[in-house]
Design a protein around this ligand. Structure first.
Ligand SMILES: Cc1cc2nc3c(=O)[nH]c(=O)nc-3n(C[C@H](O)[C@H](O)[C@H](O)COP(=O)(O)OP(=O)(O)OC[C@H]3O[C@@H](n4cnc5c(N)ncnc54)[C@H](O)[C@@H]3O)c2cc1C
Length: 417
């Protein structure tokens, strides 16, 4: 494993950092104030997107996308430090057309879309003209297990008719969100539980689609939304099916591999920011005659945070490298490992930083409460921790089963006479 970034990636990191310093970080306050005043989409976002595009800082996430298709030709390993830089500001990834859930949806369309689907939906997504949502989770069933979902996609001659209820659908309240990839069942009685599901493209303005509410996350209200949506006899042409009938489960797996790693890369950036804030505060504030960093508890939090971030980053880089070299399927254990490690680490480090800030730490005057909340949310989004731990244990145990008795020479039981 060689984690040195190539000269091309180092140069992109430099340019991205300059863009963040010049155009994004100075606008954090205005973004915050616009959202608080109910101005959404924020006025300058489209201008910044155009600027980022003109500077070639655009669609950096998609490894298979060639330059003439609008991609940057970067591997997952190349993309990791760039996502980390973007991660420091919660809304920055969108400026570079690298934000979820659009990135995962673009990957699905890129991998499985027909020519017509690519022209209609992928091209405007890659150009940043529209946004999208991904609708899998349902209120009535445990959606960690995608075989449980109940939304029905029924064939009716040249159309499909969709009925169901979804919730926590990110981005669905964004005024530019024009399309959803909806997961439902086309063949609920198939004996193979992993062939019952399909994915279908549903325009947001289809008759029968109703955004019932935007659900706040803790007390945080995202204007782009995590929405509850009902589908009542929604009718779309058969040409909207992605892949084929029964391919939904397989495509969900394909979508989540890279998506999970992108979240984790950005989380490393957010954790670094939390640590930076913690250290600066500890250097400037005094209690009981000493600077905060001179108190043992605080210096231990700083040290532990540094160690945890560096460990997590190495695991993320290793995972990115594996996805590039052997594919997401063979990197399943590593993908689950980073997904179980990184969001939790983000909440732990944000929690320490909030403590160092005193009461201010849980106010909106620092980004720490948002960093904590997003880390907490990521412990569910793209699969809860426990499901990932189960995957890791299953794969680890499977490997051990392949070499029974390998540890026997290490055992030294007393000889029986
Ligand atoms: C901020 C946010 C954004 C989201 N965005 C989207 C989106 O855009 N689209 C979308 O479709 N969904 C989205 N989700 C939903 C998310 O993917 C689901 O919440 C997640 O998959 C878990 O499903 P569930 O909520 O039904 O929990 P359940 O499946 O009911 O699980 C509940 C709990 O059971 C436990 N559990 C489950 N399985 C196991 C197991 N095998 N072993 C041990 N314990 C287990 C876990 O502790 C788990 O948290 C989002 C969620 C959040 C918080």
């Amino acid at each position: 494993m060689n984690f040195d970034h190539s000269p091309k990636v180092q140069e992109l990191c430099r340019r991205l950092t300059c863009f963040m310093d010049d155009h994004i970080i100075p606008r954090i306050r205005q973004h915050h104030d616009d959202i608080a005043a109910g101005i959404f989409p924020v006025s300058f976002v489209d201008d910044l997107k155009q600027l980022a595009k003109s500077e070639g800082l655009w669609n950096l996430f998609l490894p298979d996308l060639k330059a003439d298709e609008g991609g940057a030709g970067l591997t997952n390993l190349d993309y990791a430090p760039l996502a980390e830089i973007m991660g420091r500001v919660s809304w920055a990834a969108e400026i570079f057309n690298c934000s979820a859930p659009d990135t995962g949806n673009m990957e699905i369309l890129h991998m499985f879309g027909t020519g017509a689907q690519k022209k209609h939906w992928l091209a405007p997504l890659l150009a940043g003209k529209i946004r999208s949502a991904f609708a899998m989770t349902e209120p009535d069933v445990s959606s960690s297990d995608a075989t449980n979902i109940q939304t029905i996609i029924r064939r009716d001659n040249a159309n499909y008719i969709i009925n169901g209820r979804k919730w926590f659908i990110s981005n669905a309240a964004h005024p530019n969100c024009k399309v959803m990839i909806v997961m439902g069942k086309t063949d609920p009685d198939n004996a193979d539980r992993h062939r019952q599901q399909s994915m279908i493209l549903v325009p947001m303005d289809s008759a029968g689609v109703t955004v019932e509410r935007n659900i706040p996350i803790m007390h945080h209200h995202s204007p782009e939304g995590h929405c509850e949506i009902t589908f009542r006899d929604v009718c779309v042409p058969t040409g909207n099916i992605l892949g084929g009938e029964g391919d939904g489960f397989m495509m969900a797996q394909a979508r989540l591999g890279p998506g999970r790693i992108h979240h984790c890369m950005r989380s490393i950036g957010q954790s670094e920011l939390a640590l930076d804030l913690m250290v600066e505060r500890a250097l400037e504030r005094k209690a009981f005659g000493k600077y905060l960093h001179q108190h043992g508890a605080v210096s231990e939090w700083i040290a532990r945070s540094r160690m945890e971030i560096d460990q997590a980053r190495l695991l993320v880089l290793k995972t990115a490298d594996m996805i590039d070299k052997v594919g997401a399927k063979s990197a399943a254990k590593e993908i689950s490992m980073i997904k179980a490690v990184v969001p939790k680490m983000q909440t732990v480090i944000a929690d320490r930083a909030m403590q160092v800030f005193g009461a201010m730490g849980i106010s909106p005057d620092t980004p720490l409460a948002d960093i904590w909340t997003w880390g907490r949310a990521l412990r569910y989004a793209d699969g809860p921790d426990e499901v990932h731990l189960r995957t890791i244990a299953r794969l680890e145990i499977g490997e051990s089963r392949n070499s029974p008795g390998a540890t026997l020479p290490y055992l030294t039981p007393p000889l029986r006479t």
